[in-house]
Design a binder for this molecule. Sequence first.
Ligand SMILES: [Fe+2]
Length: 247
Amino acid sequence: MFSFFKKSLPDVRFDWLGTDIHSHLLPGIDDGSPDLESSISYITSLHNLGFNKFICTPHIFMDVHPNNRDTITTALNKVLAADTIKKLGVNVSAAAEYMVDSDFGPLTKEEGGLMEMPGKYVLIEMSYLSETPDIENYVFELNVQGYKPILAHPERYNFYHGKPEKIHRFKDMGCLLQLNLLSVTGYYGREVKHTALRLLKDGVYSLAGTDFHHDKHLKGFQDARLWKDVYDQVKNYEFRNRELFGV
Ligand SMILES: [Fe+2]
């Protein structure tokens, strides 16, 4: 009986996604990896799960994590210089995850522009507690400036729970939506899981990411029991990670 149960667990791998477009794997600059050793260890573990390419997205949140192009590039270069990373043959690059609040507007006007992904994609987030006032205007302005906004983890915004139409409207505004993979496992709670599964069913996500910060996230990805009932739903969904960002 026990062996039958074990066989029913999915072989949780992410080769089919290949590229992670949201993570906090760069050392020592936000609430993610604390140091280079941890970054190398996390990237190695995620590579073992099937990821080959990482577009790391440290927070740029002026009140808490006031990063900029220099702090992010410096942290990225430390990772790229590590022998283990070179030998792994993984592709590691960096953009950012921008908190859209009153500090965000001026950043869009800075020389050198935003820390964007290839194709001018820019990852944005809001507070989990309340919707950013005028979020529509920020999304509109990004589009006017030629950026392509990606809203991170819409399923995690408590104020949209039970209101999927509020999330759908971001697509209509020209914003791609990114699922946090762990959301479907219940890692962030039942409401987040329920919302994520609903949005998958609605087909509104374009991209998926790990939003990897720490050991607990790694355990979440490695624990097949958490994925038992939901793995096929994410695996069979047509995410555009490979199409838009290669592998
Ligand atoms: Fe994040």
